[in-house]
Structure formats: structure tokens, C-alpha cells
Write a new protein. Sequence first.
Length: 306
Amino acid sequence: MSTAPAASGAAVVPPLFQGLFDDAAVFPPGNLPVAEAVPAHLAHRAAPYAAAVGPLLCGAGRLGELAAAADAVTGPAGGTEADGTADGTGPRLRVGLVLPGGSSELGPALTAAAPFAVAGVELATRDAREAVAALDLLLPPNVPAAVELPRELLRGDGLEEVLDVLVDSPYRAKFRTGGVVAGAFPDEAELAGFLTGCAQRGLPYKCTAGLHHAVRHTDPATGFEHHGFLNVLLAAAETDPKAAAEILAERSGAVLAEAVRSLTDRQVTVIRNSFTAFGTCSIAEPLDDLAALGLLSPDLTSQEDR
């Protein structure tokens, strides 16, 4: 996989990282105020590394706050982005709707999101079939969605049942890879089971929480074991749980970086068709990690562009 600048001399975001980082700045542990998150997100989307940045994620209960913040920054219609044009009002802010309250939030959230270009829906549920039915009924055409179930329901046969439901639908799976307590972080075997279960079925997925850094590590402040997003990317193509767990356990950035450089274009396509994105409350941290590992041009991550 090439990480060299384009022929024109301009640095580019390699395909492996394009659209990988959904902006979850308003969620824990970042908890950036919405009024600050909107201009920060627009700055990300105008920066040289913009191709790496996905939509701004927002919970259902904060859409009114988000609309007010967007209007304050850009005027009515809430955006200056190039995609997601509204009829007669110009471009709109691209937003991913995060619905922790389940299917009952879907209809009201879609209505409240009218000022924005809805780039996706992430629906938490305890019933995958019910969630699929609600999405089939209410989701606008061409809006992707991901379905998240509590991890305790994905153990044993529960994982197989949920993945089988989703593989017969147009929707992705969503898996929580961290949080604000130690128990929110799955170990290598649990995450490997999810990744390989999806790979065996050709089921795409996104992850959320705990993946701010590229390489697996122990957080010195909390003692929590964090998965690295490079580990997850490299494990995404595996169908053998043991092999995937070994990749997830790797703590050497040099080893992971070399593995990334050895990927073929076809392997990159397979990986990103599986692991589509993850939510991160920091856009800067993952980009800085990639630059430090030599996988992203420093020209894309200069502080003056943050």
C-alpha cells in the first residue's frame, strides 16, 4: 500500500484511512461542547486530511442543540460542506445519528435531523430483527445504518444469531470497543470473534469507543487495555479467530506499520469493505499516530490545520 505523496506533489490520504474516522467529539471521554464541536468539525472537513474524516456524530437528544450551533456558525441550513445539498438552501452539515434509545427514537430523530444531510444512523437495540424492521420502514433511501446490540447479548450463540439477522439485511453491525470503565473494553478473543464472524459472512461493521490510537496499549492514566485501530484494520480480513486475536494483541507499532505497507490494493479493499469506520472523540490523535509511524504524510497533520 503506497503512502507516498501524489505525483503532483500534494500529500494524499491513503485509501486504507479514507473516511475511517467518524467525528465523535461530543461523546465521552472527549465531551466537547456542541457549540465548539461544529466549527471544529468544519475545520477538519476543510483541512488537508479531510478525506480521512467521516460525519459529525450526534445523539438524538442533542439535534436541536446541534442545529442552533450550526446556524450560529454558518447560518440557516447549517453547513458549508460540499456534499449533502438541501433544496434551495445550499450545502448542509453531514451528521451521523446515534440512537442509544432504540427504534422509538428513529422517526423523531430523522425529523429533527431535517436541517442536516444524514450520513448514517447508528441504532442501539436489544432485538436485531425489530431494529431491522424499523429501519426498513423509516430509513430514507441511500442512508446507511448500523445496528448495535449490548455485548452481553453477543456471547455464545447470540453473536451468530445477530450476525445472521444482519447479513440478510442492508445494514452494518456496530461493535463497542471501549468506554469509560474497564469492563467496556472487550479482550482480544471477544473482539476477534466479532470480527471473524463478520468476515465469514461478508458483513460490514463499524466500531466505536476506545480506538483513538493506532496501536494496542495500556492507558497509563486508567490502566485500561485499549485496542489499536491498526490492529483492528489488519485483523478485519481474517476468518480465523486465533489469527485475528494474535493481530489484535500485537503491541509493536513498527510491526503493524510494516504489515500495513505490505498490503495489496485488493487487501485494502477487502479490509475497508469490512471495517468501514469508527467513532473517535479526537481526530488529531489517530492522525498524529499514523504520521509518527510513517503511514501518513506529516504535511497532512500540521498543527496549523487543526
